[in-house]
Design a protein around this ligand. Structure first.
Ligand code: 2RA
Length: 340
């Protein structure tokens, strides 16, 4: 006996990945509904070897449905998530709308799976920001061993993080560099992204950090441990899919690089590829389509007493969004919504 699952935003990059991953992981589905806005009504989307036609989110009745994976913006989520939750359908939301709500669990199953037990307060569970998800998978096992004091992270985030328009803009700009007659309309980034990097994701806040950087701070504290100090610089890079992060970690207790490597090798969701030779590390292009969070360049930081540097790469559409949401649904099924 399986679940009645709805994917909301089924025609977007993340929604399509949610359907792919539900099928790849053989999530126990009795019935599946692909929901989208009226303008996408009838669009065909793949679910394993099946083809689904999208249904109208606006008129859909969530009564009797078990779980809804939401992959639409915060504005639309504000309208439809409460409707689904009120109908008794548990919402797993990929937008930032509920992440900081004390009554809504913010979950990365490899880190705080037990937090799903609090789902019933609002019948909503929040998925973290993509750049946070891969980082906390790496931090958690190290924090358990040597108690993290401070994290300094620089991110190298792919354009798919800003949706289809971001992908199109990189593609069009790159072509235009080689074909000057090609014109394109820059509509996502404040500066050229092709052959460039932009230290600005989301909006600027009063204190000079961007909201993307603030999210990494706030979400790490909620998911792992509020004592951890985090400072982030989030950068957009001309890569289509795959976020990379250079992470510097300061611990309360001593942890040498060999032990850190062994701990990470054994940790859930992590693949360590770390050789001090040409190609002995992972790059974003190699992580696309994979479930793992890859860790390379593990080394001592000699400038502080208990410091480790590492390189972290993961598919931002998968672990950063769709995979984590499906893993939350799996955890929900294992812990509280048991069937059969
Ligand atoms: C980005 N993390 O990369 C943000 C939202 N997905 O644009």
């Amino acid at each position: 006996m399986g679940y009645r699952i709805a994917v909301v935003g089924a025609t977007g990059n993340v929604g399509r990945e949610m359907l792919n991953i539900l099928a790849e992981r053989e999530f126990p589905v009795d019935e599946i509904a692909a929901l989208a806005s009226r303008r996408s009504l009838g669009t065909e989307v793949s679910f394993g070897d099946r083809t689904l036609k999208t249904q109208d989110l606006d008129t859909f009745d969530f009564t009797g449905w078990d779980i809804a994976l939401f992959a639409i913006g915060s504005d639309a989520t504000r309208i439809y998530a409460p409707k689904a939750a009120k109908a008794g359908c548990v919402v797993i939301d990929n937008s930032s709308l509920y992440r900081y709500d004390p009554d809504v669990p913010l979950v990365v199953p490899e880190v705080n799976a037990q937090a799903v037990d609090g789902y019933a307060r609002k019948n909503i569970i929040a998925n973290p920001n993509c750049s946070t998800a891969q980082m906390v998978v790496a931090l958690k096992p190290l924090h358990d061993r040597a108690r993290i004091k401070r994290v300094v992270v620089s991110t190298y985030q792919s354009v798919s993080g800003s949706g289809k328009d971001g992908i199109d803009e990189l593609w069009d700009q790159t072509k235009a560099v080689y074909n000057p007659t090609d014109d394109y309309q820059a509509k996502v980034y404040p500066k050229q992204i092709a052959f460039n990097v932009i230290p600005h994701i989301d909006v600027f806040m009063e204190d000079g950090q961007t909201k993307e950087e603030w999210k990494m701070v706030a979400e790490t504290k909620k998911i792992v441990d509020p004592v951890i100090k985090v400072t982030a610089t989030c950068v957009r890079v001309p890569v289509f899919v795959g976020h990379a992060e250079a992470i510097n970690i300061e611990f309360e207790d001593h942890l040498d690089e060999a032990e850190a490597r062994d701990i990470l090798r054994e940790a859930p969701g992590i693949m360590v590829i770390d050789k001090r030779e040409d190609g002995g590390y992972v790059t974003p292009i190699e992580c696309v389509g994979d479930f793992a969070t890859f860790i390379s360049r593990i080394r001592q930081d000699p400038t502080i007493d208990n410091g480790i540097n590492l390189w972290c790469v993961s598919d931002n559409l998968r672990k950063g969004a769709a995979l984590n949401a499906v893993q939350i649904a799996e955890t929900l099924g294992q812990r509280v919504l048991k069937k059969g």
